[in-house]
Ligand binder design. Structure first.
Ligand code: ADP
Length: 496
């Protein structure tokens, strides 16, 4: 299934994603910043505790008094309620190890110091004083461990290791986070609402104006105008759109004028041809009747031959005039066809029967492959005329020896496609495109007395008046041609 996302929905989705990312990143950075602030706060507290202890111990001798140290530790524990542990480690020269000498965790006294203390001590004796701060922030109890070297009059002798509980701080942080989340979500909603409001005003509404205008133009209303006067891209688009409709209107009016003129000219041409046909038909009639009689009576063979030539030419003129008038008649809108359900096979057989002598004269064999059950909707006389034209052409343009014409029909649901195939002179693609034009002949230089160049235009008109199409296909000159035309399918015999 294809989902249609509207423009505003797409933009809204983008805005939601962008603003959510932005707001939540700000909140995240804020929480991180608060954490580092708390970290610094504990470091300061560790420093001040160290100073208090330094002040109490005073000298190296003070360090030897472990009982006193233990008292300092208890005092420190008392004044710093979140101090979980405080240990003092000194370097034992005999064992060459850092050992806990005093601690709020009594079990640790006399034991080796923690890794952090050892690292801090070793680094501080070698280079400079090193603090180590370790946060345990992912599981309870949340703690911060601060390790500082014991520096008595410039001499590093051991470490203070302080562990503070951060439970309270984290509780505050969590409360802050929830609060921040609430603010973030609220501002997200406000932002989206504001954006949608602006989006509708600034983009969606003008786009809808364009959409409606474009729909009107598509329906042909070229007086449509888009009224957006903002000084931005949309304003420019609106004036370009308006200019486009004006240009379209001008071109359409021009085309209308041209086609009217063309229609008028075509009508004049048809009228002229029709009139000429009528005017020539009348004086020609007596000639067609009389000249053959004169020729038959003439004794002088030379003159008889000339008169024979005249008879041929007069008959050619008569046929030409007949076909010109036929075409003019087919063009007129008053011509009515008597459309009936017709059996195709019978019609073709009847035409072939009528042309039997002509086919025999030209030594052409025919095969009728049309199936008996095919019926078409057509005017009987016009359909016969159509077959007559196409079969005559197939014979005319096929060499006398071994000419074969085969007629077939293919029935589809609504249309029957009839084909008339010959193995004659064939034609090029360019010729195939033109042979339905009036007076067109492929070989102009070899005009024949039995050709008018009107047979195919008449055939085309007949087919089109039936609501069908006609066309020709040829593999090339010398390779024969196939003429196709379509007619509406008739009722099946059992339905009649
Ligand atoms: P014409 O009276 O000259 O036959 P048509 O309109 O019937 O006039 O045909 C136009 C031209 O098309 C012909 O002059 C011929 O060159 C070509 N043509 C028609 N039928 C065939 C065919 N079966 N094979 C080859 N060429 C053909």
């Amino acid at each position: 299934m294809k989902i249609n996302f509207s423009l505003s929905l797409k933009i809204t989705l983008i805005v939601i994603i962008v603003s959510a990312t932005l707001i939540f990143s700000i909140a995240y950075i804020n929480i991180g910043w608060q954490r580092s602030f708390f970290k610094d706060d504990y470091r300061e507290r560790a420093y001040s505790l160290q100073k208090t202890l330094d002040a109490g111990i005073k000298s190296i001798d003070g360090l030897n008094n472990t009982e006193q140290l233990q008292i300092f530790i208890e005092e420190a524990n008392y004044t710093n309620i979140d101090l979980l542990k405080l240990s003092i480690s000194l370097f034992d020269k005999d064992d060459e190890e850092l050992k806990v000498v005093a601690s709020s965790d009594l079990d640790e006294i006399g034991h080796l110091s923690s890794v952090y203390s050892i690292i801090s001590y070793e680094n501080s004796t070698q280079k400079e004083e090193v603090d180590i701060i370790i946060l345990q922030e992912h599981e309870k109890p949340y703690t911060i461990t601060v390790v500082r070297p014991v520096n008595l009059s410039g001499q590093i002798v051991g470490t203070y290791e302080m562990i503070f509980s951060m439970d309270k701080t984290y509780a505050i942080l969590d409360a802050h986070s929830s609060y921040l989340l609430l603010i973030s979500i609220t501002s997200l909603f406000v932002l989206i609402f504001l954006f949608l409001f602006l989006l509708r005003r600034v983009i969606v509404r003008p786009v809808m104006v364009f959409r409606d205008a474009a729909k009107k133009v598509a329906k042909g209303n070229l007086n449509t105008e888009v009224n957006i006067s903002s000084h931005d891209e949309l304003g420019e688009l609106a004036s370009a759109f308006n200019q486009m409709t004006i240009d379209l209107k001008t071109s359409r009016d021009k085309i209308k004028r041209y086609s009217k003129t063309l229609e008028k000219l075509l009508k004049q041409k048809d009228e002229f041809i029709g009139q000429l046909g009528h005017d020539l038909k009348n004086p020609l009639q007596p000639l067609v009747g009389l000249i053959p009689l004169i020729r038959d009576k003439e004794k002088d063979p030379k003159l008889k031959e000339h008169l024979g030539l005249i008879v041929n030419n007069v008959e050619y003129m008569r046929d030409l005039i007949f076909e010109t008038l036929e075409l003019a008649r087919l063009r007129s809108s008053d011509i009515k066809f008597n459309i009936k359900n017709i059996n195709l096979l019978e019609t073709i057989n009847s035409v072939l029967e009528k042309q039997k002598m002509f086919l025999k004269e030209h030594n052409v064999t025919t095969e009728n492959l049309v199936k008996e059950e095919i019926n078409v909707m057509a005017d009987q006389l016009r359909l016969e005329e159509l077959f007559h034209n196409l079969i005559t052409n197939a014979v005319k343009y096929t060499p006398k020896e071994k000419g074969v014409i085969s007629i077939d029909a293919n029935k589809e649901k609504d249309f029957v496609t009839v084909s008339i195939k010959d193995n004659g002179v064939g034609m090029t693609k360019e010729q195939a495109d033109r042979i339905f034009d009036e007076f067109y002949m492929v070989d102009e230089s070899r005009r024949r007395t039995d050709s008018s160049g009107l047979g195919l235009p008449i055939s085309k008109r007949i087919v089109e008046k039936h609501g069908g199409k006609i066309w020709v296909e040829s593999p090339g000159p010398g390779k024969g041609s196939i003429f196709f035309f379509t007619l509406r399918t008739g009722k099946a015999n059992k339905d009649i």
